[in-house]
Structure formats: C-alpha cells, structure tokens
Design a protein around this ligand. Structure first.
Ligand SMILES: [Zn+2]
Length: 499
C-alpha cells in the first residue's frame, strides 16, 4: 500500500511521485459559482492572472533516493541560507511553506518526466506546445470575463510557441483578422471587439501581428490613427496613460515606446496631443525623468512614483530607457544602477533559484522573464551580471513545468498562457547571450534606433544544466518577440513612404 505523505511532513529518505488525481483540463470552463467569485476578484488587479485555481499535490513513497536526487539535495543544502530572521512573520512562514511545496520538485521528479543528462526534467516541448495551441482556439462562453484579455491570450501563445520552435504561420490569417476587428477607429486596440482602446491591449496586439508577420498583418495596423492615439496618452509630466483618462504608469511608457519604435512612427507629438498645450513637442520629452521618478528607495522600479518596486515594472522601465537610447547612456543617466542591481540580485530566491517580484514575496515563474529579462539590459549598461543563470534554469525545468503541459508560477498552481510565455522567455534569457553593439546597423533608421543595435552572442557557456533538447529560441531582449521578427516589422515600415 502506498504511503501517503503530506509535502510539509516529507520524509527526507523517500522519493516522491505525484499520485494520480482526477484531472481538470485547463481549457475546462469554470463553474458558474466559481466564475462569479472570480468576477468579484477582478478589481484586485494585475495579480489575478496568477491566482487562477491551484491544484492539490499528493505524493506516494516510491523507494529510496537515487544518486542524481542526492546530488540535487546536496546542491539545495549548499545554497540554503543558514540564518533565519526572528521572529517569524507571516511572510517568512509563507516562504518556508512555499519552499516545502517546491522542494520535492527540486530534489526529485514527482511528475515522472524523462530526465536530461543533468538529472533534471527535460523541457516538455510537445506538451507545452499543445497547451499553448489549445489557447489559440475557441473558448467556452464562460470565458467571457477574459474577453478583454484577448490580445494577451494570443500574444502569450504565439510568443511561447515560437520560442519552442513551432511554426505559427497557420495562425497568420486568423490573428490578422482578430486584430482588424479589435482595432479602435480612433487608434489603438481594445481588449475585445467594440472595446475602448488600451495601451496594454495595443502592445499585445502589435506584438502578435509582429510575430505572425507578413504584409497583410502589418498593413492591418492603422499607423496614422495609432500615432494620434499615442499622442492622447502622452502626459504633461512626461509619462503615458494606459487609456484615455486612465491610469498613468510605467507600462504606458514601455508599451508606448515599443509601438512607436516597431511601427517607425514620428517622434513628434501629433498636433492634437494635449501635452502640446504644456510645451511638450515629442514623445520623449520629460520621459527619462519620469521613469527616473519611479525608482524607489529599494532600488527597483515601481508602476508610478511613490509605489512599491516590482519586477514587471522594473522590466518596463529598463526596456523603455533601452528604446530611448543605448543602455550605456540612458540607464546611468536616469537610474541609480548600483541600487537597481542590488535590488534585482535580491529577487533571486535561494535555494529555489527562481525569482520573486517584490521584497518578501514568493518565488514565481513569470519573474523568470520580468527580472531575468532585466539582466541583459542592465548588463549592457554596466558590463556586470550578478545573477545565477543555472539556478534559474533549474527552477524552470524542475519546478515550473506542469505535468500535462504548460508552465506555472510554482508547483501546485495551474498553468496558464502568461506563466508559460514568461517561463519560456526566462529560459531563453538563461540560455542565450545578447549584447548591445553600436556598430550593428540594426534596422538602419535614426528614430528610436537603439533596440536595433542588439546582436546575439552565442549560448551561455557556464555550468549549464540543460541539453540540446532543452534549448529554446532566441528572444529579442526589449520586445520579447522571436529574434528577427521585430526587425522585419520595423524594416517594412521604414521602407514605406508616409503612413
Ligand atoms: Zn506569476
């Protein structure tokens, strides 16, 4: 008879195998009750995508530990911080409990995945691809609350699939059609059909069209209207709002510049931009200073001045500055880099190896990109990278792969497109090197040309923990699109006269 053990009362001399449990497909519609309680949670904001239903882990004892598992156990002990702060707080208790949930995945192989030569689960490429493809199909009607996230659902799947090496050309026509319906007549894209434009939806829509590529996809974008829409977002203090009359935050600064740069739009503000009445003439006016005002006492960047530093906002801020000019010039000009690097370094959790997004928070696979992706940008400015790539690769392969496909925040959570996309992007950041090179001609233009001066520089050559089969594709460090796709898009619009 199998011995049931609670994860938190795990016996150290046992190997754990996940017990078969009734499976609920991630594509399965939630019950009406669950849906209404979800709806009540919607206003809590950006975390909601991470809070989709959890799974219960139950394990059985399957014998004594193997040599490879002992090596993992020894490694984890070697990187466990020996000193614990007293007294225990809710945060430290949550961290301890989270690690006990994650530990079996870092020590053993509860999902019974095939292992690579380093004794870690192989990248489950086919399973993840199937999961992401399923998100590109139809949704049951009860997914209606996700309607405003339609561009994101497409972007996460398309980006994840291309990084896994899948051909996504079969989706080109569908994606182009979807966004031609979501385009708002006065510029930008709504989350769903008939919805008001929003800069986050616009960013995801433009990136999706960039990924599928081709004349029809590019030409479906109304660039003149987009320029006017972005002009409405630019604020007198230099930042961008996310929507007309909406919140001003650092996502707006990043998303706005991504769209301007990818579509090769004029840097001057349109004549009808309200910020012109305050003396601003270009999209870049006061922007660096505004991003600078988002750096907090901890060193990280927050959504808006006075807020808490957060991994995703840090990426938005650094990527925004890296579009404005060479990171070596723009980052030190607007950011206190030593403090930023200090804060970023402390986001990598030990012994888990993955990242958290804020001080005292739990490790979460999506920050494999949000912080993992900051390093190439910071390194281009400082020449220094103080992160442990193999440790992050270990977390993603061992702890972030869901047994049925898709990637997760942490073991016990269900997979979703968001965590799949950004775990895979994180794995790419771990495996590939990118450098900023002024000599690179990029896409050849002078407007916001810094993003086009990056080049790939081979693979990470340190202590790798992945085999050839576990290597994912290269991802542009600023646009988070397949390497080459952003360049194609920009070149297309550079060759075009006027709008
Ligand atoms: Zn997350």
């Amino acid at each position: 008879m199998p011995v049931r053990v609670s994860l938190r009362a795990r016996h150290r001399n046992m190997r754990m195998k996940k017990m078969a449990a009734p499976k609920s497909s991630s594509a399965e519609a939630p019950s009406a009750e669950a849906l209404s309680s979800r709806l009540e949670e919607l206003p809590v904001g950006s975390d909601r995508i991470e809070e989709l239903s959890d799974t219960e882990n139950e394990y059985e004892d399957i014998g004594t530990i193997t040599q490879a598992e002992q090596a993992h156990i020894d490694y984890l002990e070697s990187v466990t911080i020996p000193i614990r702060d007293e007294p225990e707080t809710e945060s430290s208790k949550a961290q301890r409990e989270a690690f006990e949930d994650i530990r079996p995945f870092l020590e053993g192989n509860p999902n019974d995945f095939p292992l690579n030569i380093f004794g870690l689960p192989k990248l489950q490429r086919e399973k993840h691809a199937a999961f992401l493809k399923s998100a590109l199909g139809d949704y049951p009607s009860k997914f209606a609350p996700m309607d405003a996230a339609r561009p994101w659902l497409l972007y996460w799947s398309l980006q994840g699939l291309t990084a896994l090496g899948c051909d996504i050309s079969e989706y080109r026509e569908q994606v182009t059609h979807t966004f031609s319906m979501a385009a708002y007549p006065t510029g930008g894209y709504g989350g769903g059909y008939g919805q008001y434009p929003h800069l986050a939806a616009t960013y995801a829509a433009v990136l999706s069209l960039t990924i599928v590529g081709g004349t029809d996809a590019y030409e479906s974008i109304n660039r003149r209207a987009m320029w006017h829409f972005l002009g409405q977002m630019k604020q007198p203090d230099g930042g961008f709002t996310m929507a007309p009359g909406g919140e001003e935050d650092i996502r707006g600064a990043y998303c706005g510049l991504v769209v301007l740069s990818l579509l090769n739009l004029p840097l001057s503000l349109p004549p009808d931009a309200p910020a012109r009445k305050h003396g601003l003439t270009t999209f870049l006016d006061k922007l660096g200073a505004w991003v600078s005002s988002c750096q907090t006492f901890e060193g990280g960047l927050s959504a808006a001045p006075g807020n808490e530093a957060h991994g995703a906002y840090a990426f938005c801020g650094l990527a925004c500055l890296s579009i404005m000019g060479p990171p070596k010039a723009t980052l030190p000009k607007h950011i206190d880099l030593p403090r930023l690097i200090h804060w970023m370094s402390y986001r990598q959790c030990a012994p888990e190896g993955g990242y958290n997004g804020r001080t005292n928070k739990l490790v979460d696979g999506c920050y494999s990109h949000w912080i993992g992706g900051c390093w190439a940008l910071a390194e281009a400015a400082t020449g220094r990278a103080l992160w442990n790539r193999p440790a992050l690769g270990r977390y993603i392969l061992a702890a972030a792969q869901f047994e049925d496909g898709g990637l997760v925040d942490k073991p016990g959570k269900r997979p979703d497109g968001y965590h799949s996309c950004y775990n895979i992007a994180g794995l790419s950041h771990v495996q590939h090197n990118y450098v900023y090179d002024e000599a690179e001609s990029g896409a050849g233009s002078v407007l916001l040309d810094a993003p086009w001066r990056w080049k790939t520089q081979g693979r990470y050559q340190g202590d790798v923990l992945w085999g050839e089969d576990d290597v994912v594709g290269q991802v542009h460090p600023i646009f988070v699109t397949p390497w080459g796709a952003a360049e194609e898009c920009r070149k297309y619009f550079e060759a075009k006269e006027g709008f």
